[in-house]
Write a protein that binds this ligand. Structure first.
Ligand code: ADP
Length: 574
């Protein structure tokens, strides 16, 4: 039953009880009133008439006679009891006779007797009717007591049941809501389905089952996973910034905030291009962001130097493009990118220590090796005494080794300069012919030992180049030395020049073993040597050459095929 109906019935029932009580009261009061009225109007009047007639009969005056007749007439019209009519008629007849025979005393007695009989009859009626009124009053009291008790019982039952009927379901629902609030989504309420609470219970149960479904669904798991990943990112030691496909910043971890010196509110939800306008580091991070459109992951060659936590730190920028394959689609879609700054400070510090150590050692080696070389040259000189053939061979071999050692320490020193980023250049306008002649002169003996013909083919007029003569000479010497080393004896090496409006190209072409295509870029890496080649060498020469030439704004290129020799081309600014 609906609560509204229950309340309406409860209040309505009380209303009916009030009406019933009032009706019972009204009925009995009316009955009592009728009974009293009967006594008053009929019997009391008859007694009054009779008393007046008795008083008047003894008086013989004309007034008394009229008085008697007036009361007799009243009595004739006030008949209320059975037998009263006959008695009154007898009185009337007796009076009529008495009024003609004034002195008939027996008639007077009869009249008096009739009046007494009427009085007696009415007295008895009064007594009977008062008994009746008394009984009516008693019945009224009983009925009112009974109905009052019944009403009280019903009202009490209503009072006890109705509030609990309404309050109990509210309490149950409140408890269930508290259970839901503590994530107990299996909680349900059960009410009879006809009341408003039934509807409320149905809605509550449906809400609880949806919450339970949601809690068990992938969405809830995804939310937990999202939180897990967020925590993971926040606990990463490397700064991380996440962008969506529109370059809006989605997240940035604590480390990223530290290195950028920005607050979370200054990053999250903003476009990184807008942030870059106010922050130098962000600007350098996104400088080439769009260049990294295609590859999935790109790392910068040179680490960024960032001042953070009171000291210089070194960070390798890595941009990871995040792509997904949308359900039912063939092509991947980019949904954003993540900028990671790998903290390589520790490695960089170790690297610095290593470079410094190599620089010191190479530097310290250079002087003694040079003096060994000079001493050997003295030994080779016949002026200080002659050597026998065997001693001569030994001294020559020591001399070659000292040369190699000197070249190696020289290369190591150059490498340390490059690694420290301290390539000291002395750029001047210089004649390329002089540089080429120097390189040819330096490698002449080496070529002669292998009977390799060095041919220099230069145009009549060569433009001056904008270069560091010493470094360029070093590079050309290295390239010529390689060309001789990796060529078979009695072959030839050609040095030639071409130029356009801006650049002069120096070509060093040999007919040696050649280099496979797959190694064309790798041979310019530090310490890389083509596998299966000759044993001697450090793998540093080409790496240093590339750094030296590029530092001067030039380029070094290679054209080569296995078995067809190699051509190294050095381009320098005119
Ligand atoms: P290395 O001291 O080993 O010569 P380089 O950096 O000068 O170091 O050369 C790197 C590698 O490139 C060499 O080990 C060799 O395998 C290859 N290379 C260099 N020049 C030539 C060339 N002219 N012909 C064939 N291979 C060469």
């Amino acid at each position: 039953m609906k609560i509204k109906t229950k309340l309406a019935l409860g209040v309505g029932f009380l209303f009916v009880l009030i009406i019933v009580m009032s009706a019972i009261g009204a009925i009995y009061i009316t009955t009592l009133k009728t009974d009293t009225e009967n006594i008053l109007i009929s019997n009391y009047n008859s007694l009054e008439f009779s008393r007046n007639m008795l008083r008047a009969i003894d008086d013989t005056t004309k007034t008394s006679q009229l008085e008697f007749e007036k009361n007799l007439n009243g009595q004739l019209h006030n008949i209320s009891e059975i037998g009263e009519q006959e008695l009154t008629d007898t009185l009337h007849t007796s009076y009529q006779i008495y009024s003609t025979q004034q002195h008939a005393s027996h008639l007077k007695t009869r009249i008096r007797n009739s009046i007494f009989e009427i009085m007696d009859m009415n007295m008895q009626a009064i007594q009977r009717k008062s008994e009746q009124a008394k009984s009516t009053a008693n019945t009224a009291v009983i009925w009112i007591l009974v109905s009052g008790t019944l009403c009280f019982l019903m009202a009490f039952t209503l009072l006890v049941n109705l509030p609990s009927n309404i309050a109990n379901p509210i309490q149950t629902i409140t408890k269930s809501i508290q259970q839901i609030a503590t994530k107990n989504y299996s909680e349900r309420v059960h009410f009879e389905s006809h009341s408003e609470f039934g509807d409320l219970a149905k809605s509550f149960n449906s809400m609880a089952s949806k919450l339970e479904e949601y809690n068990n669904s992938n969405l809830a798991k995804l939310m937990i996973e999202k939180k897990r990943i967020e925590t993971l990112i926040n606990n990463m030691v490397d700064p991380v910034i996440g962008l969506d496909e529109e370059n809006t910043i989605l997240f940035a971890n604590e480390e990223a905030l530290q290195v950028t010196g920005l607050k979370l509110t200054q990053l999250i939800g903003l476009n990184i291009n807008d942030v870059a306008q106010k922050n130098d580091l962000i600007r350098s991070l996104i400088k080439d962001i769009n260049v990294y459109e295609t590859p999935q992951k790109t790392t910068t060659a040179q680490p960024l130097k960032i001042f953070c936590n009171g000291k210089d730190g070194y960070f390798e920028k890595e941009i990871v493009n995040i792509s997904i394959l949308p359900t039912g689609e063939q092509e991947k879609k980019r949904i954003g990118r993540v900028i990671i700054l790998r903290n390589v400070t520790a490695y960089k510090e170790l690297d610095f220590a290593k470079t410094n150590f190599i620089a010191t050692v190479s530097h310290e080696f250079k002087t003694p090796i040079s003096s060994i070389k000079m001493s050997i040259q003295l030994l080779q000189n016949h002026n200080i005494g002659s050597l026998n053939e065997e001693q001569h061979k030994l001294v020559d071999s020591i001399y070659d080794d000292a040369n190699r050692l000197l070249k190696f320490t020289g290369e190591l020193l150059n490498m340390t300069q490059i690694e420290n980023g301290h390539i000291l250049l002395a750029i001047t306008s210089c004649n390329p012919k002089d540089i080429i002649d120097y390189a040819v002169q330096t490698t002449k003996t080496q070529a002669e030992q292998k009977q390799i013909k060095l041919t220099v083919s230069l145009p009549q007029a060569l433009p001056l180049i904008h270069a560091d003569a010493e470094k360029t000479a070093w590079v050309l010497t290295n390239l010529l030395s390689n060309a001789i080393r990796y060529s078979p004896p009695q072959s030839s090496v050609l040095i030639s020049c071409t130029n356009d409006n801006n650049d002069l190209q120096i070509h060093i072409k040999d007919h040696g073993i050649g280099i496979a295509k797959e190694y064309h870029t790798r041979i310019f890496e530090r310490y890389f040597r083509v596998p299966g080649g000759v044993n001697e060498g450090t793998g540093l020469g080409l790496a240093i050459s590339k750094e030296f030439i590029e530092a001067q704004g030039g380029q070094i290129k290679l054209e080569s095929e296995i078995g067809s020799g190699s051509t190294f081309t050095v381009s320098l600014k005119i």
